[in-house]
Design a protein around this ligand. Structure first.
Ligand code: ATP
Ligand code: MG
Length: 396
């Protein structure tokens, strides 16, 4: 008992709430388990972390030695969390709850702060209703502090959440990253270019619960240089906030470029994009990815007219997810800055696409595309590329 109490004192506890969500039926258990695993992963370097999932919330206990700022920074990035809060945990008994509420109010709620109590009952067997709890506990706080109650827009809200296992009290409610826990939505292969857009697109799919594999086409002379390039750092920047590891497939575009040498055409970009989709489809099949992801945005550059996007899409039967399709560039830049990838993205890098940028056709002609593909022998080129020009780097 004494040991148990000592341990409680040395731990800090957070309550974690999941948001929206396809949380019905069996999905819910699956979802909670995944979020528990993901939280354990982001806290795995702290000894003695305890993460426990319940029907409607998760409890995270970490050693008090872990600075709250560090812990909160990590929790703020984990997808699938609506909000989280440092919390006091007490047994679900009225007097104990009231005492804990007064303790929590001390120093925070004063005669000059407006406040309200906001009770929710996960355990409907608790003898008082939520409204009665708000009134009773609110009255005790008024007695002790003289603070005025304000139901709309108070300075401080004291939350009381009553569940079967325990009651949680908290004031500081922190916003989570939203979305779904990574791992609940299946696996996708993200085409990752080193520019501003594709890291943002990849992160948006992570946010919707997808696991990522990454695919990059490069023109570097050997794989060692590709491994040392900024692409690896950019991949880490997307994955690290979730403490995820993932394979990055590095594919040399050299055979393609060699085959295209001397061919005068304005459809090179579209032909290369279609080639990327073919390679991606084959890699996706091997790594069990159900869709491709790109950072394309409608009309942003010549290859991203609706006409050309149509031609590019026809090269694969896999769905191509384009989460940025309707975003303006400044919106994508702002998202990249929030994600922390922007500074890496703008570092100079020679991407295969940058070679084709001189006078690309905004309305590539499908017959010409087919002619060029026949000239370069696109099927053999695909085989050669897949056989000899794919490397895999494990990003962690
Ligand atoms: P980004 O900033 O992502 O490079 P962008 O506006 O420069 O985007 P494009 O170069 O036209 O756009 O590329 C559109 C999308 O095609 C990229 O977001 C990415 O998903 C994919 N892509 C482009 N180049 C490569 C590459 N070298 N390797 C893998 N995918 C690529
Ligand atoms: Mg690019």
């Amino acid at each position: 008992m004494i040991l148990h109490d000592l341990k409680e004192v040395r731990m800090q506890t957070y309550i974690v709430h999941f948001g929206e969500l396809g949380l019905k039926g069996h999905n819910r258990i699956f979802f909670v388990r995944q979020l528990v695993d993901n939280l354990r992963a982001v806290l795995r370097d702290a000894a003695e972390v305890e993460v426990r999932g319940f029907h409607s919330h998760i409890l995270v206990k970490t050693p008090a030695a872990m600075p709250a700022a560090v812990l909160e920074e990590r929790l703020s990035k984990v997808y699938g969390i609506a909000y989280y809060a440092p919390t006091t945990v007490v047994p679900s008994d009225f007097e104990t709850i009231a005492q804990a509420a007064l303790q929590l109010a001390e120093g925070v709620i004063t005669a000059t702060t407006t406040f309200k109590v906001n009770t929710t009952r996960g355990d409907k067997r608790f003898p008082l209703t939520s409204q009665a709890m708000d009134r009773e506990i609110g009255a005790r706080i008024v007695d002790k502090t003289g603070a005025p109650v304000r139901l709309k827009g108070p300075d401080v809200t004291l939350n009381i959440q009553i569940y079967e296992d325990a009651t949680y009290l908290f004031i500081r409610r922190l916003p989570g990253a939203g979305g779904l826990p990574v791992g609940v939505s299946g696996r996708v292969l993200a085409l990752f270019s080193g520019g501003i857009d594709s890291p943002v697109a990849a992160a948006m799919l992570l946010k919707r619960g997808c696991t990522l594999d990454l695919l990059h086409f490069h023109l570097l002379p050997d794989v060692e240089q590709a491994r040392a390039s900024k692409i690896v750092n950019l991949a880490r920047a997307v994955l690290t906030p979730q403490r995820l590891a993932a394979p990055l497939y590095l594919v040399s575009a050299a055979p393609f470029e060699t085959a295209m040498a001397g061919i005068e055409t304005r459809v090179t970009t579209v032909v290369f994009r279609r080639f990327m989709m073919r390679v991606a489809e084959c890699i996706a099949a091997q790594c069990h990815c159900l869709a491709l992801v790109t950072g394309e945005s409608l009309g942003q550059v010549a290859s991203q007219t609706l006409h050309n996007i149509n031609l590019i899409s026809r090269a694969t039967t896999l769905p191509i997810l384009r989460p940025l399709i309707s975003f303006d560039k400044p919106e994508i830049i702002a998202a990249a800055q929030r994600l922390g990838t922007y500074d890496l993205s703008i570092q100079p890098y020679r991407d295969p696409c940058s070679l084709h940028a001189r006078h690309p056709a905004t309305y590539a002609d499908l017959d010409e595309v087919a002619r060029v593909e026949a000239t370069i022998g696109v099927t053999d080129l695909l085989d050669i590329t897949l056989r000899d020009y794919v490397d895999e780097v494990w990003i962690e």
